[in-house]
Design a protein around this ligand. Structure first.
Ligand SMILES: Cc1ncc(COP(=O)(O)O)c(C=O)c1O
Length: 341
């Protein structure tokens, strides 16, 4: 792709050649189709438009040091999409179909996988929506599963730098027995006002307090929160946060690197005791925290020292991205190679 400046890519949309689609009709999935259209046509009474029957995923492909193309833990995204489907009563995409779609869409768009060394990756966006028409509130009979891809740049243009975050209590992203644990569109709609306000007030993300008691840390915008102190990696245990695949990987790496891993409620005041903290997710891997403002009380918890990420954040970031780019041993078997070209 001569006309893409790989070093200038952001986390945005770049048109590629193809996407892949599969329709669920009459109780079964059809054959995977290839499309070059960026549009989706559907009935105006489709359930995704009215009743929020919509779920998505996000995962990445990496051009490695050895030239090979690696896809990271796709089966985890597949299983998470299945649990999203279950939560909002959509047809489930079977493992084999999810895998076939990932492989196909990457192979068809291989020229859009950023070269090794640019920090860029190919982002895959699986989407599952209810397309069947319903006027009464009920699940659709028809679904569309599709994946499009787009090349994305390194999340941190200025390097891996800590960012400020803000705790909010006056908005909830998800209810305690709601859909916070799955990746459905409605959660993101519910998080927009808090997120936009945080950006406007100079913060990179809003950290939601748990909706029930407002005492504990829940989700950190579109990412999971973790804190590090006394050789422990501590991350919230909550039924309303998305089980992040990056967090799961970091927990496994943290344990492998000698940290004790704790998943438990994190009282907001405990933030003051963390030596390091971060938000983790596919897009940024780790966003180290500079300081956290409690919006309600105005209290500020300073975490980063001199605006630099802490040593554990750096070690975890380097090890995980090293595995993804084929630079260090993939001892957990997280990457699969996709043959392209
Ligand atoms: C709400 C939310 N939490 C956490 C994450 C991080 O999850 P993962 O590491 O699987 O990308 C994401 C992004 O997918 C998200 O949208």
């Amino acid at each position: 792709m001569e006309n893409i400046d790989w070093s200038k890519l952001s986390f945005g949309y770049v048109k590629t050649n193809y996407n892949v689609r599969c329709y669920y009709r009459n109780g079964k999935w059809g054959k995977l189709e290839v499309s070059s259209s960026e549009d989706v046509t559907m009935h105006m009474a489709a359930t995704c438009l009215h009743y929020g029957q919509a779920a998505f995923e996000g995962l990445k492909c990496y051009r490695g040091k050895d030239g090979k193309v690696r896809i990271f833990r796709w089966i985890e995204n597949c299983h998470r999409l299945q649990s999203s489907s279950e939560a909002i009563m959509m047809a489930q995409v079977p493992d084999e179909l999810f895998k076939e779609a990932c492989w196909k869409v990457v192979q068809l768009n291989s020229e859009f996988i950023p070269p090794y060394g640019t920090g860029g990756t190919l982002y895959l966006r699986p989407l599952l929506i209810g397309t069947g028409a319903k006027v009464g509130v009920s699940p659709a009979d028809e679904y569309l599963f599709m994946i499009f891809v787009t090349p994305v740049g390194p999340y941190f243009k200025a390097g891996f730098k800590p960012v400020p975050m803000q705790i909010v209590r006056d908005f909830d992203r998800a209810a305690p027995m709601g859909t916070g644990h799955v990746k459905v569109g409605g959660n993101y709609a519910a998080s927009l006002r808090a997120g936009e306000r945080a950006h406007h007030e100079g913060f990179a993300a809003s950290i939601f307090a748990d909706a029930k008691t407002k005492q504990y840390i829940d989700e950190a915008g579109p990412a999971n929160f973790f804190g590090i102190k006394e050789n422990k990696y501590i991350t919230p245990d909550s039924g309303s946060i998305l089980p992040s695949i990056t967090n799961k990987s970091l927990r496994e790496l943290a344990a492998d690197m000698g940290l004790t891993v704790e998943r438990r409620h994190i009282p907001i005041e405990e933030i003051g005791t963390f030596e390091e903290a971060g938000a983790c997710g596919t897009a940024a891997v780790i966003s180290p925290v500079d300081y956290i403002q409690d919006r309600e009380s105005g209290k500020v918890y300073q975490i980063a020292k001199n605006g630099e990420p802490g040593p554990w954040c750096v070690k975890l970031y380097n090890r995980l991205t090293g595995i993804q780019f084929g630079e260090v041993e993939d001892k957990f078997g997280w990457c699969d190679i996709i043959d392209v070209d």
